[in-house]
Ligand binder design. Structure first.
Ligand code: PLP
Length: 243
């Protein structure tokens, strides 16, 4: 159906608005050089990756092969054998954060989730939606989590299995929470580190990560950015856990 002139004009005005403002979204980590040209022809299809790329799906208009490639890319980036990894591409950062928090809650339903003031606001909504106990931790001026405050609040909570929401690039300041430091400080505070088999989950997007104990950052030189159709992956593994 052709557009009315009024609607066409509205779209033209919006186009001009986007062109004018594309480079001025200070504080939001985003790309400005998208080119979806080669994908344009697929916009006529109702593509939907319902289900799991690892299983058969009778909805044939899926792009599971590509989703699998994304997970493969992240598993290599994080040096996880592909066969031992699993993940999926979410609709954006909020869903990635939510899935990570959901997994943590499933592991430790009674635990408290600790996140810093600089953490993306989706997390404050998510803990309500998922009914997870939570505590906000102070941030340092550079946007990193305030490590001393984190440890203090964990100690005060008496939580045996604190869930720590660590950021790998906060929204405005791009701050990276230092996982090693968190582990060290918790160890100093008397949280014994013992080998135990449990599942560790990472929301491996370019920005935040959810963790129930500690995590590594991707190899140096890896791409880090936020895109409109950001890719997220999660995985599980057996790890040394802070207990
Ligand atoms: C760090 C971080 N996490 C999550 C989000 C939410 O992403 P979305 O709007 O795609 O749900 C953003 C958005 O800017 C973000 O910067």
């Amino acid at each position: 159906m052709p557009l009315s002139i009024a609607n066409q004009n509205k779209l033209d005005a919006f186009w001009a608005h986007c062109v004018k403002n594309q480079y001025f979204n200070i504080g939001y980590p985003e790309y400005a050089d998208f080119d979806y040209g080669s994908l344009e022809r697929f916009m006529r299809f109702s593509i939907n990756n319902c289900g799991d790329w690892g299983e058969y799906c009778n909805y044939l208009l899926n792009s599971f092969d590509f989703e699998k490639e994304v997970i493969k890319y992240f598993s290599q980036l994080y040096r996880i054998p592909f066969e031992q990894s699993w993940g999926y591409v979410t609709n954006g950062g909020t869903e990635g954060n939510m899935f990570g928090c959901y997994l943590a809650r499933e592991l430790y339903p009674e635990s408290t989730l600790f996140y810093s003031k600089d953490t993306h606001y989706s997390v404050a909504k998510i803990v309500k939606l998922l009914r997870i106990k939570s505590q906000v931790v102070e941030s340092l001026p550079n946007g990193e989590i305030d490590y001393q405050d984190l440890v203090l609040k964990i100690k005060q909570s008496g939580d045996a299995h604190p869930i720590i929401f660590a950021n790998l690039g906060t929204t405005v300041k791009g701050a990276i929470d230092d996982i090693k430091k968190i582990q060290e400080l918790l160890a100093q505070a008397g949280f014994a580190r013992r080998r135990r088999s449990w599942r560790k989950h990472r929301h491996l997007d370019d920005q935040d990560q959810v963790d129930a104990s500690g995590l590594h950052q991707p190899q140096a030189g890896s791409k880090s950015s936020h895109s409109a159709t950001a890719n997220y992956a999660l995985r599980s593994e057996t790890v040394d856990a802070l207990d």
